[in-house]
Design a binder for this molecule. Sequence first.
Ligand code: PLP
Length: 343
Amino acid sequence: MCPQAAALRLTYPPRLPLAQLPTPLQYLPRLSAEFGCGQRIWVKRDDLTGSALTGNKLRKLEFVLARARELDCNTLITCGGVQSNHCRATALAGARLGLKVHLLLRGEPPGEIDGNLLLDYLAGARTSFYSAEQFNRELPQLAEHWQSHYQTQGDRAFFIPIGASDGIGLWGYLHAAEELGADMNGAGMASAHWVTASGSGGTQAGLTLGAQLHEVAAVVWGINVCDDEAWFVNKVNQDILDWQQRYQLLEAVPKVEVRVLDGYDAPGYGKANPEVYEMIAAAARLEGLVLDPCYTGKAFYGLVQEIGRGRFADREDIVFIHTGGIYGLFPERGKFHFKRETA
Ligand SMILES: *Cc1c(COP(=O)(O)O)cnc(C)c1O
């Protein structure tokens, strides 16, 4: 244990066991041969934290929902895009715990209920749709409005920020970093680069701080799918500060280095270029690994480009964190073009 971790003794707060852990670490032989330039590409299968209730948000929700329980809340309010994986995970986790869930969604109600939104409704979540403009401008006020609305009805509502990325959710990927350190030992890997898609920054924050606190020889990179490098550097530091303040760890943590690979978010959040769809098809064909167009497909495409530029050349092994997102694939079915040959 490193001196910091020893000093902190990282006492994890209460946690609800919602995720199937540990998730597997798998080697990708054919993707490595095709795109690895001599390096080995591995995947940490956080898409296997469950089936419908799955993905990276679940690790954070284990701690966030334990906190909601501690506060005797019977209702969860959270927010995100119409196809938010985080909202779907919250809707299903809430149903599993017998809690009411209200989702504040950015965008117009779609004509067809598909993908994550279908699961939101199956889980019985209530939804409110807001234009992107109003959502971006008024989210804190909307959250407050609904919280007091539930209070007047005799309910107690707990608000979860976008992506469950805050000082509470951070524990999820602090723990994952510890798990991945053990995976690396098991695989005989002395050091590695870890690469994750970054959307609200919480996964990257937890992994970056976790690698440092658990003294894992890993260099952590986020590939942003929205905003830009400066936004993520700030957000990761903000989440870490929130964590330090909530758990009185103010003196304990030195500054972390936040590494962002900017430039793979085009043509904007929730959309992807044809190269990304080709990468998704290649991963499925070569390894049976299903990526999504919003997060993991873009990030894996970015990973391959960066391998080509020698970005990770100082270490033999690269671990891609598969953060989930499979249900976001289905509403984009029209972007794939298959030859429908019959034998
Ligand atoms: C939310 C999400 C991410 C990004 O994680 P953050 O912690 O929000 O940065 C990556 N991949 C998938 C599939 C997600 O749903």
